[in-house]
Design a protein around this ligand. Sequence first.
Ligand SMILES: [Ca+2]
Length: 568
Amino acid sequence: MTSKFGQGAPWWHGCVIYEIYIRSFYDSNGDGIGDLQGIIEQLDYVESLGVDAIWVTPFFPSPMKDFGYDVSDYCGVDSRFGTMDDFEQLIEAAHKRDLKVIIDQVWSHTSDIHPWFRESRSSYDNAKADWYIWADSNEGRPPNNWLSIFGGSAWTWCNQRQQYYLHNFLECQPDLNWHNPEVVNAISKVAEFWLDKGIDGFRLDACNYYMHNRRMADNPRRTKGMAIQDGVSALNPYSKYININNMSQVDNLHSIKRIREVLDKYPGRIAMGEIVAADDPGEMAAEYVRGCRRLHTAYNSSLLVERPLTAQLVVDALEDLGLHLEGEPICWTACTHDFPRTRTRWGPKDSEQSDAFCRLLSALLVSLPGMVSLYQGEELGLPETKIPKKEMQDPFGIHFAKYFAGRDGCRTPMPWKKEEDHYGFTEAESPWLITDPNFKKLTIDQQDADPNSMLNFFREFVKWRQQQPALRSGSLEVLESDRRLLLFTRESYDEYMLCAFNLSGALISWDIPEGMTIHKIHHEQDIVMGNNEKVIFRPYSFVFCEITNEDHSRPTLRSSASPICPIM
Ligand SMILES: [Ca+2]
């Protein structure tokens, strides 16, 4: 399997993935909910972004208590999203455009109306009695102190079976028992079903949650002053515990191998894991992709954080992975359907600077080594939507509404056309989730027509990046950086690129090292060159350039640190 950008490299090395949250992308039949035909109708738009692959969020039969992440039939299509025929059409249409199709698989848990769970809860001795995690009560209380990340105890009492069952997420999302080989076999068959349909990969939802500790020991309390997990709010009681027994078990790596064995029968198909709510997300993501018998890639929560985006945050994430990886591609993401939009979370208040920030962040993310997954709407610079309480849909958000915003704010429908109701997302009287009045100036039709828009910047930048061997597959070395200025080099056999980003609203001067010169500027936003001795970075500016010795030879522009990510 070769990449369209280089002979010999697998397609996923250095690829750019575009996450489509199906409910909010485009509604083709006027019921207010985005669907498979909606994606097909908008594939020209997706293709215009220059991405390599789409990741489509769950479209399987589901009672939609968690909007599709509660699956009741792993091998079907929910009628709200279309039919199996629509899905097959989507694969064909995407492949015609050289776009790979990655689908979400939610294997940590099922819906409580899944036939497997219905059978499992019916008695102690049915054929699927051990397919979920059941435990006796502890003198009238749950078996231990494990909490659900969505609020409350992770255990719910089942009258029918007179036992508790485990759910790391909602009560209606019972955890599958991955310690049971029959469950792993059943999941392997699900994987084969979709691989036979011609999909190119899986995004594995919450894959570090597959296994629990069978001893069922309590989770220890986090001590005062101890850092909390990335991706979890400090106001969520979940963050008060070190969640080491309900999830993230070492044994899980053996289950992952079973999944990989299935995938290896289908060359060129990949599994991308989601590593969340771990104390050491970088190290764990690296564990999940190490070698050639685990996952092909994983993304983690090191950039899915509320604290500000600083050079140090990026350097820490790079170093953390660099310490643990030996060339396996990691996937970067700063926003998904589960996390607030970057413009609001990290961007400055000033609107002009905020526009510059959105461009800078896109450029930075697609310049990091490995793969990148970009969430729909980030290419437009959309802000997070403020959702009035009566309009909230997300059960997690509703549970914690008093404390922090849920996930509805990043899930509002895509704004296609400025002048149409609901921005042309749907012809229904009302979409499943409100549209955002602040998107009025950011609609796709306006940005498409404006050569200076964020959207056109994104398209042009991604297409340029795809042609740069150093950015797609080169090694990375961080140079001196302070809190505000991030400098690193990307280097491949035939290309050497200095990438510099001012992550602040301040004016920063950077002295070009003595004896060196900027040979060629490939891309820049708002920098000023000072006599070839220094670069002045205006707020949220960046530059991609070649820096050489004065005789045009490749420089030894080395920091004291050794390279942290070898050539992949
Ligand atoms: Ca629809």
